[in-house]
Design a protein around this ligand. Structure first.
Ligand SMILES: Nc1nc2c(ncn2[C@@H]2O[C@H](COP(=O)(O)OP(=O)(O)O)[C@@H](O)[C@H]2O)c(=O)[nH]1
Ligand SMILES: [Mg+2]
Length: 455
């Protein structure tokens, strides 16, 4: 039996990116010709009886994502639900799993967390429970949100906490979009800081995707001059989908880290959390994929696993998400000529899709120098021989690593500067955030950074 994941898509970004992810997964599952419709991992079937106004011949079957959409303003949910019903859709959202209000969060984390969290938390949780009850075997939650706004960040953080309290034996994984460094929301550094601090206290793992990286991937690799959110979301969705579709554990483990075999795993997310998020002090995950090329170029380019894995490993150790502009000067061998520090990982979850994936040589990812000496089982490799989104070969590594130190440090410094000036603090205090709460968040992030630095 396949275990299932219930998703929460909170705020504009969470809803839009999450929908793009579900579309990618659904499209790929259909390409692979899954006979019984979409998998139980992220979708469920609903039978509608004759009295339903849609019905033609008595009973029709609808496919709904196991997903709850939450926003404090109506338009994003309305257009998402509407467009998910267009043009022979693979799925439609269940209107009963949507929760929208009228007023918005005004990019104020505290309004989302305190005000809306207290007012609506229970009602939203009822919708979540309803989705969980529809799973034959429920495994955990994927919560999608941005860090910069007010709804995804504030209410999203509160919901994550409520979920963890209510479903203690299930996993809770967050996917968070990191804002551009500047030019978006003036208080984004406060919102990011507060969200990360709260999620680190309640979530099992936090996958962070930077909008800047998505933008650069669109511009430099996919030749999109003015990328839209939709373009960005497709890139993010592709990376995520590549680790969420079924795969099998590579049984030949070059460093004999144990395990192996066991057949095709349908729900990789549970495995990923189990493998990467076992240490309570380390929860920051990043995702890197290669190759990033336009679909139309795929017919003219020949790839080899050795090249793809060489790129990907370099992306990992220099902490870059773009497979061009890589600094090949950074190496991790014996080190005499090396003066730059490489990015250490607590653990890596490597997923290879396409021809020859099971035979690809992943020894360089098992290199002990990539990991702290105490890491006992740091690498897991999952493979599928099926091509992925027209790629003959595609590799993604989800990494619990030092990659988040730099962006976290920047956010912390900018938030400190504003906090010193007491800038905008009254907006938060008015909604219930105390000076102590803010200081706790600063200290918490400092602590997380220090732990990663010590790897
Ligand atoms: N990648 C991506 N980022 C988004 C999208 N929508 C909003 N954002 C980012 O999310 C942040 C604003 O948060 P938003 O989700 O709009 O606020 P909320 O509705 O209050 O949760 C900014 O950093 C935006 O760049 C989207 O569809 N995709
Ligand atoms: Mg919004």
């Amino acid at each position: 039996m396949t275990s299932s994941v219930v998703s929460l898509q909170v705020g504009q970004c969470g809803i839009q990116l999450g929908t793009s992810l579900l579309e990618t997964i659904a499209g790929e599952e259909m390409n692979l010709g899954s006979e019984g419709g979409l998998s139980d991992t992220f979708f469920r079937q609903q039978r509608l009886v004759a009295s339903d106004s849609y019905s033609i011949k008595g009973v029709i079957q609808k496919t709904h994502p196991r997903s709850v959409l939450v926003d404090m303003e109506p338009k994003v949910i309305a257009s998402t639900v509407r467009s998910s019903g267009n043009e022979s859709p693979l799925f439609t959202f269940d209107p009963r799993s949507c929760f929208a209000k009228q007023s918005g969060s005004g990019n104020n984390w505290a309004r989302g967390y305190f005000e809306y969290g207290s007012q609506y938390g229970d009602d939203i949780l009822d919708k979540v429970r309803r989705e969980v009850e529809k799973c034959d075997m429920f495994r955990g939650f994927l919560v999608m949100q941005s860090l910069a706004g007010g709804t995804g960040s504030g209410l999203g953080a509160r919901l994550a906490q409520l979920l963890k309290d209510d479903f203690q034996s299930s996993f809770l994984l967050n996917h968070c979009v990191w804002p551009y460094e500047s030019g978006e929301v003036i208080v984004q550094n406060y919102n990011t800081l507060l969200t990360l601090s709260h999620l680190h206290d309640c979530s099992d793992g936090i996958i962070v995707t930077e909008n800047e990286t998505l933008l650069q991937t669109c511009k430099r690799r996919l030749d999109i001059a003015r990328p839209t959110f939709d373009d960005l979301n497709k890139v993010a969705a592709k990376g995520l989908a590549s680790v969420l579709l079924p795969a099998e554990r590579q049984s030949v483990d070059p460093y004999d880290f144990g395990g192996g075999g066991g057949g095709v795993e349908q729900n990789l997310l549970g495995d990923l959390v189990e493998h990467l998020c076992s240490h309570p002090a380390f929860k920051m995950l990043t995702l890197k994929s290669a190759p990033q090329v336009q679909t139309k170029a795929l017919d003219f380019t020949e790839f080899k696993w050795t090249t793809i894995l060489k790129w990907l490993r370099q992306m990992l150790i220099v902490s870059s998400s773009l497979d061009e502009t890589l600094d090949w000067g950074v190496k991790i061998d014996s080190g005499s000529s090396i003066n730059r520090v490489h990015c250490k990982s607590m653990g890596n979850f490597l997923v290879l899709r396409g021809r020859g994936a099971f035979d690809a040589d992943v020894t360089t990812f098992a290199d002990k120098a990539l990991y702290p000496s105490w890491a006992s089982d740091p690498l897991r490799v999952m493979c599928s021989k099926e091509s992925f989104l027209k790629h003959e070969m595609f590799a993604t590594v989800v990494s619990n690593s030092q990659a988040s130190i730099v962006p976290m440090r920047k956010v912390l410094d900018k938030a400190y500067n504003m906090f010193d000036e007491k800038a905008y603090v009254h907006h938060y205090e008015r909604c219930g955030l105390s000076h102590k709460d803010m200081e706790y968040a600063f200290a918490n992030i400092e602590d997380i950074i220090a732990k990663y630095e010590s790897l």
